[in-house]
Write a protein that binds this ligand. Structure first.
Ligand SMILES: [Zn+2]
Length: 592
């Protein structure tokens, strides 16, 4: 075994030396136990120690993941296979003492069984490899070309946005391109299509009720609509990787590819399938917004620690905002569906007390420590949902102030033209400069109101210029407690308690287990209808278990909304409203 390894290192070392590249290899021939054997040849040839590192996070997920935690059995050798001394100097860094001049070979085993993080997942059905979670790098060679060779089980193939000069071999300009070009490997079928002069590929892992022909047909309608925002494409070839699976969901954008995790049986029913297409649209838009151009705090990426920026609301929220627009222009959703989605976004925002606490800029900066659960709703905003609302507000303000001449699309086209990620990133001052260039006006006051400070958005005012209105339903009559709960044994566990709502004021908190109201047992079925027996203003006795101790609280019920808000057309739209509507969504104003 040792002889084989040394021979492999020698071959890799020669390959590395000849091409002055960092040569990566991974052996996945025994994937059942979630492991792969990694070998890397660094063309380092100085007298200084070589420091090799695993990233602490991966791009697209703004959270410290400490990806070095999957490394085992590390070894380093010189160009003739002699062991080199090394020591770990921090949680992610291995310092290798120099031997004779020449390339340094590193090897280790990587454990990959993290599907939902979309970092590394290896089993006997496939491998998903994000280089940040698989391959070590060195700052001193970060700009050098890289190659990746894979050894795979029989009948497996590999797929990536990287160039592939030979089967199971990929090359990229440098480490940053490698980390943003995940590799999917397995016995998968590749589906190809062309659209607007670009090549697209789709590869699906996992059995389910997906229909690749239908997905290809829909993606083919979707992708050219990006030209409604940007004048060109930052890629020649683009790869959609789909994980049809269970227990996890979500997606991640990369330079010219995406990985989308979706319930394996979620592709059949139209409404759920539209969720898949909305995710595909979101990730595809990211190819420009946050990949082709990105905030200065993300250029270059620092893989060892948090990358701070006050603009993640634009990276995620504006991407979300545009996602439905592309579906609409592609004819994949109808205007009514778009208005229903807008109404849902309004409803969620109005039910989020955190909008009075945190600004979009602050949520961006603190995304790395974003709270979960109840505190998220009560004390923070979300870079996706509230970022989308800020984007919507900016779009309408631009259209209104310029008589439809400038829209938010133009801002993103300017970002695309001016801020190539390989050279520089942009700041919020740069975005305001673009706004000024486009409109001749100063946008500082708008920015302060909607981005830098918590904002309570007037949605009627957002909809009126484009001939739409918010219908808030009839008179509010239902009693409400301002809580959400889920079944816990034979009782109900509170999952959310809205700040300053009736339950909050009664001293209830998340994780309280509700067992009775007015002395009568509360089950899941009973919980669903119990408040309809009361009127707003009624006082009720609430029995809860808190850490297994029984407590009694008195709660005064509040007045809830009669129904959900709806976005509708105004009664008599003016020509100007219809014209602005068309400039807003690039579809005709809905008549009748
Ligand atoms: Zn996103």
């Amino acid at each position: 075994m040792r002889v084989v390894l040394v021979a492999l290192f020698l071959w890799l070392a020669c390959a590395g030396q000849a091409q002055a590249e960092v040569a990566y290899a991974i052996d996945l021939s025994a994937p059942e136990h979630h492991t792969g054997r990694v070998s890397i040849v660094f063309p380092a040839a100085t007298d200084l120690p070589l420091e090799v590192k695993m990233p602490a996070w991966r791009t697209g997920r703004y959270q410290i993941l400490n990806l070095a935690n999957g490394v085992r059995d590390f070894a380093a050798r010189d160009s003739v296979g002699r062991p080199l001394r090394w020591q770990k100097v921090d949680k992610s860094t291995w310092r290798i003492q120099p031997g004779a001049r020449g390339p340094v070979s590193v090897s280790y085993e990587i454990f990959g069984n993290e599907l939902g993080l979309r970092s590394r997942h290896i089993d006997d059905s496939h491998a998903y490899l994000n280089a940040s979670a698989i391959f070590m790098y060195s700052e001193s060679t970060r700009g050098d070309p890289v190659s990746v060779n894979l050894k795979l089980p029989a009948r497996w193939s590999s797929f990536s946005g990287m160039d592939s000069p030979a089967p199971q071999r990929f090359t990229a300009a440098n480490w940053d391109v490698l980390t943003d070009s995940p590799i999917e490997a397995g016995p998968h079928r590749l589906h190809r299509f062309e659209a607007d002069g670009r090549s697209y590929e789709l590869v699906i892992w996992g059995r389910g009720n997906h229909d690749a022909t239908r997905i290809v047909a829909d993606l083919k309608k979707l992708v050219p609509t990006a030209r409604s925002i940007w004048s060109g494409y930052p890629f020649q070839r683009y790869l959609f990787i789909v994980h049809a699976t269970d227990g996890v969901s979500g997606a991640t954008e990369h330079l010219n590819s995406t990985v989308i995790q979706f319930p394996r049986y979620g592709f059949g029913q139209r409404d759920r399938y539209l969720g898949f297409l909305a995710t595909a649209s979101h990730e595809f838009i990211h190819t420009w917004n946050v990949k082709a151009y990105r905030a200065a705090g993300l250029v270059p990426y620092n893989y060892q620690s948090e990358n701070y920026t006050d603009l993640l609301w634009m990276a995620e929220g504006s991407t979300d905002y545009f996602a439905d627009h592309l579906l609409l222009r592609a004819g994949l959703i109808q205007p009514q569906r778009y208005f229903d989605n807008l109404a849902e976004a309004v409803d969620a925002n109005k039910n989020r007390p955190g909008r009075f606490v945190q600004s979009a800029a602050d949520a961006s900066f603190d995304e790395w420590i974003a709270p979960g659960g109840n505190r998220a709703q009560n004390a923070s905003v979300n870079i996706y949902s509230e970022g989308a609302i800020a984007s919507w507000a900016l779009d309408i303000a631009l259209l209104q102030r310029t008589g439809g001449r400038v829209s938010y699309r133009d801002v993103h086209e300017q970002l695309y033209r001016r801020y190539d990620w390989r050279r520089r990133g942009f700041t919020s001052a740069d975005v305001r400069a673009i706004l000024k260039d486009l409109t001749g006006a100063d946008w500082s006051a708008w920015w302060t109101q909607y981005v830098d400070r918590p904002s309570d958005v007037d949605f009627q005012a957002l909809l009126a210029p484009v001939g739409m209105r918010l219908d808030l339903g009839g008179q509010a009559t239902m009693a409400q407690a301002g809580w959400s709960a889920s079944a816990d044994g034979g009782a109900m566990r509170l999952t959310a308690v809205a700040k300053d709502g009736p339950a909050w004021l009664a001293g209830l908190e998340t994780d309280d287990v509700l067992v009775a109201i007015d002395g009568k047992r509360v089950t899941e079925t009973r919980f669903a209808t119990i408040l309809s027996d009361y009127q707003p203003g009624n006082r009720v006795a609430v029995s809860i278990f808190r850490r297994d101790e029984l407590l009694e609280k008195t709660l005064t019920l509040g007045r809830g909304p009669a129904g959900k808000p709806a976005v509708r057309t105004v009664a008599n739209p003016t020509q100007q409203q219809k014209a602005l509507f068309k400039r807003w969504l690039l579809i005709d104003y809905p008549e009748g």
